[in-house]
Write a protein that binds this ligand. Sequence first.
Ligand SMILES: NC(=O)c1ccc[n+]([C@@H]2O[C@H](COP(=O)([O-])OP(=O)(O)OC[C@H]3O[C@@H](n4cnc5c(N)ncnc54)[C@H](O)[C@@H]3O)[C@@H](O)[C@H]2O)c1
Length: 373
Amino acid sequence: MTFSSSSPAGIGIVGCGNISERYVKGISRFPLLKTLGCADMYQEAADKLSASTAISAYPSVDALLDDPGVDVVVNITSPVAHAEVSFAALKAGKHVYVEKPMGATVAEGRRMIEAAVAAGRVLGSAPDTFLGSSAQTARAAVDKGVIGEPIGAVGFVTHSKAETWHPDPTFLFKPGGGPVLDLGPYYVTALVNLLGPVASVAGFSRVGAPVRTVSAPGRRVDKITVEVPTHAVASLEFASGALATMMFSFDVWDHHLPYLEIYGQEGALGLFDPNKYDGPVVTRGHHDSEWATLPPVFPPSAEPGSPEQFMRGPGVVDLVRALDGAPHRASAALALHVLEVLQAVETASQTRQSVGIESRVERPATVPADPKW
Ligand SMILES: NC(=O)c1ccc[n+]([C@@H]2O[C@H](COP(=O)([O-])OP(=O)(O)OC[C@H]3O[C@@H](n4cnc5c(N)ncnc54)[C@H](O)[C@@H]3O)[C@@H](O)[C@H]2O)c1
């Protein structure tokens, strides 16, 4: 099926919460996509998104799935609902792009991929930030050998302080949430994009505080009982032999830590926040006197720090291009591998043993210098 700016793919948004407006506005930047409407298990949530973005609200999720104009369902429900909503959408004949983590467990993720294969539809998944100028600039540097063969890496996932801005961050402290599954996907996907698949994982985790206090303006909850670890450390051994030291934490509120750094035989590479599409990438050779900022391989999608920079959508375009035979970068296979790695952090912590990773993925294809999304 060929989509174009004169015949765009019809997009249906399921899940009209905190991130949904950034999807609707972000998707509106791409001529290949046209949002037809939104739906939520709570009609008032769909009506609210409809009012703030001028897209239609369907009367139910089933009504959205019954619309033959919807080619792709963008599933931005809570993590525990990702599988159920994706199954329904695939059964209705839709392609699906699902937010991260793709499922609350690896078993769910595997079943989602099986359901997509059985339905003959394409399943894609966030995160897609590695398609942005920042991660692609880092990838080009590694591929060109700027730091030589990568030996090690560090990644520090620190608290997004969701209690101070999300009106209901409950899901972040329940199964499917926590710093490992909520923010970990950005970091581990960025590392797999640079270093290839992970072979094994060791780790430890704990709960920081059993109850979290919400202070966000307009909050719908005041207190949350924590059900998942909120501070974890892990070692990742990549199939290439590279070793990464990771921390994932909702208990580190303030710090001087980098986001991600890669250490090679000839130099080091410093990445920007992998939760963002654009931002500086720096490098320093062993014999350089200072760090240098690399020119981006293509222009940033928006000014770093501007609200536009947080808008989602490249992964949905990537999926629609893949329907026409282009490489599928933000694929379900990549998301499942990342989910398996992240789930292994908790398994390793519980069993006090390192965990072998079964799935293997190739590094995703690079994004062309002129992406023409
Ligand atoms: N909020 C962010 O900044 C952010 C950023 C990036 C990614 N995400 C991801 O996006 C997803 C949604 O996050 P959010 O912050 O918008 O959450 P949210 O809780 O604010 O919104 C989720 C919405 O999904 C709806 N929903 C839940 N189960 C449903 C079901 N079975 N059928 C239909 N609707 C259902 C809820 O009613 C709610 O309106 C999560 O996977 C999250 O990890 C969020």
